[in-house]
Design a protein around this ligand. Structure first.
Ligand SMILES: Nc1ncnc2c1ncn2[C@@H]1O[C@H](COP(=O)(O)OP(=O)(O)OP(=O)(O)O)[C@@H](O)[C@H]1O
Length: 257
């Protein structure tokens, strides 16, 4: 089945998580999670602080190991991969950090070129320049190419951070709180960027956010997490029209801020 508007391939899961458990000592962080991310889909994961969103993302990219359950990313069982295979898989999964994680001593051009130089050793200088300028165009910041991070606004830094992740052409993007700390207008620009990244780069994405406007704008489905599991998954309207219990408090909390 294909969603005609966004080309979501529902028969093709790029991430498939089944019965995932993770504890630290007697702290049960993930308690039997099931989740699918379909090809071409943007999925928002919402939840209060400390509900296990970061732990989930770390397990997806193989930075943490689950206690039990399976995580399949682009057809590979993450847990059973050798280190070189895990590294290769990670190149296909771009993780955009909450802090943009730019190098302060490098210009925008050098920050964007860095992952290419490190991972695509065969690329010529000309190819690198061209790729940097394509990505800078896509994120709408070509004029910043010779600037240093300290000269950029918070929103610009976030966009460059996303650009630096996109430069390796990942198939999956993981956005960690892309709008946190931004004013509403800049947040809107970031949300629009996330939508346009999908169109231009054919990505599937998980967007971790506390921001309901972000979830509503960028996501085809939202998954609300609490106490280590999902308490609701569906379209934004499906999840928030019922508005019961915790889902309702989350909604109310966001709109009275
Ligand atoms: N390496 C670790 N060792 C022990 N406990 C951990 C570890 N990593 C995470 N935790 C615990 O797991 C729980 C979930 O943490 P996590 O960072 O996933 O929350 P989160 O939902 O991402 O929160 P936030 O929205 O604040 O980023 C927290 O109680 C945290 O203290």
């Amino acid at each position: 089945m294909t969603d005609s508007k966004h080309h979501i391939f529902k028969e093709n899961e790029v991430i498939r998580i089944r019965d995932l458990y993770k504890s630290f000592g007697d702290k049960h962080v993930l308690t039997g999670i099931d989740l699918d991310l379909y090809q071409g889909e943007n999925l928002a994961v919402l939840g209060r602080s400390g509900t296990g969103k970061s732990v989930l993302i770390k397990i997806i990219i193989g930075l943490l190991q689950q206690d039990s359950g399976t995580v399949t990313v682009l057809g590979e069982d993450v847990n059973s991969l050798s280190y070189p295979d895990l590294r290769a898989l990670r190149l296909k999964v771009g993780f955009s950090f909450q802090s943009s994680a730019l190098y302060d001593s490098m210009t925008v051009r050098e920050n964007l070129a860095f992952p290419l130089k490190r991972n695509n050793k065969s690329m010529s200088r000309g190819q690198i320049e061209k790729t940097v300028s394509i990505v800078l165009d896509a994120i709408g910041l070509p004029e910043t190419i010779d600037q240093y991070p300290a000269e950029l606004s918070g929103g610009q830094k976030k966009r460059i951070g996303i650009g630096r992740t996109l430069i390796l052409r990942p198939e999956i993007m993981l956005y960690d709180e892309p709008t946190s700390g931004l004013d509403p207008i800049t947040s809107t620009e970031l949300n629009n960027l996330i939508v346009s990244v999908r169109e231009r780069f054919n990505t599937s994405s998980i967007v971790i956010t506390h921001d309901l406007t972000c979830a509503k704008t960028v996501a085809d489905r939202v998954a609300v997490m609490d106490d280590g599991n999902f308490i609701a998954i569906g379209t934004f309207d499906e999840v928030f029209s019922a508005q019961k219990g915790l889902v309702k408090s989350f909604y109310d909390y966001n709109f009275i801020q």
